[in-house]
Structures are given as structure tokens and as C-alpha cells.
Design a protein around this ligand. Structure first.
Ligand SMILES: CC(C)(COP(=O)(O)OP(=O)(O)OC[C@H]1O[C@@H](n2cnc3c(N)ncnc32)[C@H](O)[C@@H]1OP(=O)(O)O)[C@@H](O)C(=O)NCCC(=O)NCCS
Length: 433
């Protein structure tokens, strides 16, 4: 069948005043088929002066590139976290500083309220986390009905969605109610995941303990035993490192969802769905699958050479934004080494280092946050399929901070697509097809 296609130029000429940026948002133009070099200048014109686009609010003289995967596109204004010249900050504080000094609860407070809590504010948050950590019995009863082989992220996605059904304030859009729901979700996610992990093994869930950190409580609810201090410290630091990351895929998904003025549970459910994928949060589990497949340090070289020769991606390497290394990876590497030494089992760490040498040496790709997380969590005896849910325990602080920020200055997020399909097509009766 002959099909007529709009050329890109026709399309652009037909589009007058495609969109305009408001103070919070820059327009997104999804000209996904454009080559990466096709530049849109900050004044809205492109190299060929074809665009009739009014780009405002781009600071300074910048150019923007419309690319596949929205690479390099600024899609929101945010004051929560930044990645500038390879340095990650939460509310302006370097992640290295926070990793060395802050607890995860302090970081969550920082993300939500824009400042570090003083002692009484932190105590107040701890009381709220204690108050909300138990999960409605109805949600636990539902988890018991999940098929035994349910994917852990699918279980979390479903459970978080059903938490909304038991929250009378789920659709209350006041700032106070939404701030409280952010804390509720933060308190309940660890409980849901630990309960799911036990229920699938035929065990009863362990009720959350009061007055302990989220890291402590999660490990406690998972095993029913008091966790070792070193394990709590390691998990707490991992939670700090994963808490927020600018406009990553899951955070963007959350913001898109709530920009329709949908509720916070819907936003977090969307985010969990996005985090599940192996190109995002699912990578930490995929790293462990790879480490298990490799089996021992002796097999690393042949495995990696073979994978790279066959153009397979090595999970836990590369990053859309960081090209000179993920600032979080070094902390996890250090943690992996220290935990390995402490437990007297350096195998996973040594394998990981060898993989890094080969992948960085041959491809120039550096490890990202997920790479050394895998050996850290395994050394903490956490089941492999809980790695990505643990990421969610941490990132729900960032998601909810972004959701609150979105509500504060909302505009529907509705970009355009570059239509490349047929035009003037006609309906053909079924008998004639
Ligand atoms: C993170 C990631 C999705 C970023 O993707 P991106 O910015 O779209 O980059 P691309 O996938 O287009 O990769 C660019 C090039 O580097 C290569 N590359 C990127 N990551 C790679 C990896 N982990 N292993 C091998 N090659 C990789 C791609 O094959 C591509 O090569 P090509 O240009 O020859 O085709 C990507 O690096 C990846 O898939 N990493 C593995 C998954 C992972 O660890 N995700 C967690 C991120 S925190």
C-alpha cells in the first residue's frame, strides 16, 4: 500500500506556536527522529530557522538538543537535587558530605522541607514514622493472596496502590495532607516489602519496632532478629545515596502522573513501575544475576570479553548523565570492600573490581550506583530480588519531595510527538483488506 508521509519540514511549518514554556516548565519537543546534532537555540529557532517556538526561561545563552530519550532536555525546574559537573547534591549539599555524616531520616527531612532538621524536628519525624509504620491488615491480607512467584517490584507496585484504598486522606490535596502522606509512604514501604518477603516464605510478617531507624526496622522486619550495627550502618548509607537523583525516569514518571492533579499514591505507583525496569532500578538485581552467572573471579575475563564482543550491555555500568563516573559508586565500592573484609568473603568484591577494570578499560564506561550495591546487599544477606524494592524504600523520599514540589507550582506535563506515520490514510472495509 502506498502511504504518504509528512516531511519534518511540512510538520514544522504546520505547527505555529507549538507550545510555550511557563515559569516552571520548558516545553518538551519529542523530535525523536532528529539527529543528535539538530540544535534548537534558546530563542526557539533552530539552525534552519524552521521552528516557530518561543523558548523562554532558559537561563543564559543555552542551546537545547531534541534527542531520542529526551537526552539533554530540561523538563522541569526543581530545587531538590542537582547534578552539576558530575557533582550530585541534595538541596545544595554534596552527596559525599551527606554520605559521610547524615542519616537517611535527616536526608528525607532535607528533601521534603528543604533544610536539615534540628534535634526536635528530627525527633518529631521519628515519632511520625513510628506512628505510620504499621500497614493496614487489609493490605497484608491481600499480599497473602499474591501468587507465590510474584515479581517483588510488581508486588510492591500493587501493595502501594492498595495502601491508598485504606487511607481516608488519599484524595485530600492540601499541602498538610500530602506532606503527611509522604511520611506515611516512607514509613510503610519498608513494612510492605518485609511483609511480602516473609509471607512468600510462609512466615508471618513482623510488626515494625518503634524508635529505630528505617534501615534497622527493615532488617529487623525482614528477619525477625535484631540486626548487626554494621549492617544497619551500611544500609542506612545506601539509603542516603539512593534518596534522590534529579529528574531520573521514575521521578519524572511520578511528576507526570501528579501533574494531572492525581493523588500522591498514584504518583508513587507510577514511579515504582518505572523503577522496576533493568535500565533503571532493576539494574542492581541484574548485576547480581550477572555475578552469579560468572561464578568466580577466574571466569570474569572470558565472560566480560564475550559479552562486550557480542555487544551485550554490562549491567551497573554507564549513565545517561554521568560520563566521568557516578559520584555514589565510590561509596558503595568502599562499603562492599569493608563488608567483604568483615565477613571474610571478598569473592564478590574482587569479582566486581575485575569487571570494573575490564569494562572501564575496554569501553570507558564507569560503574553506576547499582554496580557495587549488588555485592553490598548480598553480603548483608538480602535476597537478590529485594535489591530494587530497597531502592524504592530510599527513593520514595525523593519521589514524594518531587510530587510535593510539582503540586506547589503545577502545570500539566504534556509534550508533543513528532508524527512520522502515514497521512491521508483511508478506512478500508474488512473484506477488502
Ligand atoms: C544507564 C543507561 C540506560 C544509559 O543509557 P543511554 O544514555 O541511553 O546510553 P545508551 O544506551 O544509548 O549507550 C550509549 C552507548 O554506550 C553503550 N553502553 C551504555 N551502557 C553500556 C553498558 N552498561 N554496557 C555496555 N555498553 C554500554 C551502548 O551500547 C551504546 O553504544 P553504541 O553507541 O555503540 O550503540 C545505559 O548505560 C545502560 O543500559 N546501562 C546498564 C543498565 C544500568 O546499569 N542502569 C542503571 C543506571 S543508574
Amino acid at each position: 500500500m502506498q502511504q504518504e508521509h509528512l516531511t519534518r519540514k511540512d510538520k514544522i511549518r504546520n505547527e505555529k506556536n507549538i507550545n510555550e514554556a511557563d515559569k516552571a516548565f520548558l516545553c518538551l519537543y519529542l523530535f525523536t527522529s532528529l539527529p543528535k546534532s539538530f540544535m534548537i537555540k534558546s530563542d526557539g529557532t533552530n539552525n534552519e530557522s524552521l521552528f516557530n517556538v518561543n523558548y523562554t526561561h532558559v537561563k543564559g545563552e543555552r542551546t537545547m538538543t531534541a534527542t531520542k530519550g529526551l537526552e539533554g532536555i530540561v523538563a522541569a525546574a526543581s530545587s531538590i537535587s542537582s547534578i552539576i559537573d558530575g557533582v550530585l547534591t541534595y538541596r545544595g549539599i554534596d552527596i559525599d558530605d551527606l554520605a559521610a555524616n547524615a542519616t537517611f531520616e535527616e536526608v528525607a527531612y532535607l528533601l521534603w522541607y528543604g533544610k536539615l532538621p534540628n534535634r526536635s524536628e528530627l525527633d518529631g519525624l521519628q515519632k511520625q514514622l513510628d506512628q505510620f509504620a504499621a500497614v493496614p491488615q487489609g493490605v497484608l491480607d491481600q499480599i497473602k493472596l499474591y501468587p507465590k512467584d510474584t515479581n517483588s517490584m510488581a508486588a510492591l507496585r500493587t501493595a502501594v496502590s492498595s495502601l491508598a484504598l485504606y487511607d481516608a486522606s488519599a484524595n485530600d490535596m492540601s499541602l498538610e495532607a500530602n506532606q503527611l502522606k509522604a511520611i506515611k509512604l516512607q514509613a510503610q514501604l519498608p513494612t510492605v516489602i518485609a511483609a511480602y518477603a516473609r509471607i512468600r516464605e510462609g512466615k508471618e510478617p513482623v510488626a515494625p519496632k518503634q524508635g529505630v531507624s528505617i534501615a534497622y526496622n527493615f532488617l529487623y522486619m525482614l528477619t525477625g532478629n535484631e540486626p548487626a550495627e554494621v549492617a544497619v550502618k551500611a544500609l542506612d548509607q545506601a539509603l542516603v545515596l539512593h534518596a534522590d537523583h534529579e529528574l531520573n525516569a521514575s521521578t519524572f514518571a511520578a511528576r507526570v502522573t501528579v501533574a494531572t492533579l492525581s493523588d500522591i499514591y498514584s504518583g508513587v505507583t507510577s514511579a515504582i513501575g518505572a523503577l522496576k525496569g533493568p535500565l533503571h532500578g532493576g539494574a542492581n538485581e541484574a548485576v547480581m544475576v550477572m555475578l552469579e552467572e560468572i561464578g568466580s573471579a577466574a571466569n570474569v575475563e572470558s565472560f566480560i570479553n564475550n559479552a562486550l564482543a557480542n555487544k551485550h550491555k554490562i549491567m551497573g555500568f554507564g549513565h545517561r548523565v554521568y560520563k566521568n563516573g557516578d559520584p555514589r559508586a565510590k561509596h558503595l565500592q568502599k562499603m562492599s570492600r569493608e563488608l567483604g573484609k568483615l565477613t571474610g568473603n571478598m569473592e564478590l568484591y574482587e569479582m566486581s573490581v575485575k569487571i570494573e577494570e575490564l569494562v572501564t578499560g575496554q569501553k570507558g564506561l564507569k560503574p553506576n550506583v547499582d554496580f557495587y550495591s549488588a555485592s553490598v546487599y548480598t553480603t548483608l544477606e538480602i535476597p537478590r530480588d529485594l535489591f530494587t524494592p530497597i531502592f524504592a524504600i530510599s527513593r520514595v523520599s525523593g519521589w514524594s519531595a518531587h510530587i510535593l514540589e510539582q503540586y506547589q507550582d503545577n502545570r500539566l506535563i504534556r509534550p508533543r510527538a513528532d508524527y512520522v506515520g502515514p497521512v491521508n490514510a483511508k478506512y478500508i472495509p474488512i473484506e477488502q483488506r
